[in-house]
Design a binder for this molecule. Structure first.
Ligand code: SAM
Length: 328
């Protein structure tokens, strides 16, 4: 087993997009009430007094849409300034990024993943559930702003949905040829919209690689990420291609992470709800940080047994929560 030192922190469960595969328009989602969100102070206390002492040193801010979180820049500054923080990154849809990229970078954020499922604004709008003015250009501006302020690595996340955006695989992969950008293709999971999943299914990473290989060839990259992606490169390209294959492959044994939801539940595994701890109510009810540490240490000890359990729930469509609720 890998050392578990990576915490994905959902800052908010709300999102300004309604991606078909995640939280489609009309889906009934029970949003967390404002008073139940971890406050910035509570989150910082948990990181400093509980997570860092038990060995977490790498943090990713996600959601929902993390750029919607009030006080985000201060939060980034605080987390990045902990001497133990080895890595601080963010996953965002990029819509509000153009105006925030510089402040986030100056606050200490260095790595960013931006979701970009299409290069075509009509397809993009269809995927994100946008019925108003196109948002593609603003997301693209956000990506450019992130590039200009020097986020490195800058990764683009693509969820591949058959018949919706899979015809763009080569165009998306081509973004890595001249730029030091890293495109991550993610197999579509039946988490969030199992109806779409039943209709469309998913495409395996290997099939995507075959299409890319046919056009340019593909070499396995010597650059190894920390996460579950298998990394490849178009020969001579500046950037890389990563494939996250949670449908076609089980990488539970490489799992190095836990997830903290916006209302303070610590979740050891994406695919099942075993062992979760309610850290927010613990803190609010006066449970000592020493006791919370003990509870997390216990969870770290049993995580290998929790992994693998109910793996099929994330691959067959009997899954009740969305990635936006869990902290994708
Ligand atoms: N709002 C941010 C964004 O759009 O990147 C962060 C949250 S989003 C839930 C995080 C990641 O989860 C995105 O890259 C998204 O594509 C992925 N995701 C959500 N639902 C998914 C699903 N059903 N299958 C695969 N990936 C999914």
């Amino acid at each position: 087993m890998n050392k578990v030192d990576y915490l994905r922190i959902s800052l908010i469960d709300r999102c300004n997009f309604r991606c078909q595969y995640c939280m489609p328009e009309g889906a009934e989602i029970d949003y967390i009430l404002k008073q139940n969100l971890l406050t910035n102070n509570e989150l910082l206390t948990l990181l400093k007094e509980v997570f860092i002492p038990v060995g977490f040193t790498r943090f990713r801010l996600t959601g929902g849409e993390p750029l919607l979180r009030p006080g985000l820049v201060d939060l980034v500054e605080n987390i990045s300034s902990f001497p133990e923080t080895k890595d601080l990154s963010m996953t965002t849809n990029g819509f509000l990024l153009a105006d925030m990229a510089k402040d986030l970078y100056q606050a200490g954020l260095r790595r960013i993943n931006i979701s970009l499922d299409s290069l075509d604004s009509d397809t993009f709008n269809l995927i994100i559930g946008n019925r108003g003015r196109s948002r593609w250009q603003l997301v693209w501006n956000g990506i450019q702003a992130a590039y200009e302020v020097d986020f490195d690595p800058l990764k683009l996340n693509v969820v591949v949905i058959p018949g919706v955006n899979d015809h763009e695989i080569l165009d998306l992969a081509a973004l890595t040829i001249d730029r030091n950008w890293h495109v991550r293709f993610i197999e579509f999971m039946p988490i969030g919209n199992d109806k779409l999943f039943d209709d469309r299914g998913w495409i395996s990473s290997e099939e995507l690689r075959q299409r890319i290989r046919k056009k340019w060839g593909l070499t396995e990259s010597f650059v190894r990420g920390n996460g579950p992606a298998d990394i490849f490169q178009i020969p001579g390209a500046k950037g890389t291609l990563g494939f996250i294959s949670q449908m076609s492959e089980c990488f539970c044994e490489r799992c190095n992470r836990m997830r903290l939801s916006a209302d303070g539940w610590l979740r050891p595994c994406l695919l099942n709800e075993m062992g979760q701890i309610d850290l927010k109510n613990g803190l609010r009810n006066g449970v000592s940080v020493e006791e919370l540490r003990r509870q997390i240490e216990y969870l770290l000890g049993i995580k290998p047994e929790i992994n693998f359990k109910q793996r099929e729930s994330g691959t067959t469509g009997i899954y009740s929560r969305t990635m936006s609720q869990i902290g994708g």
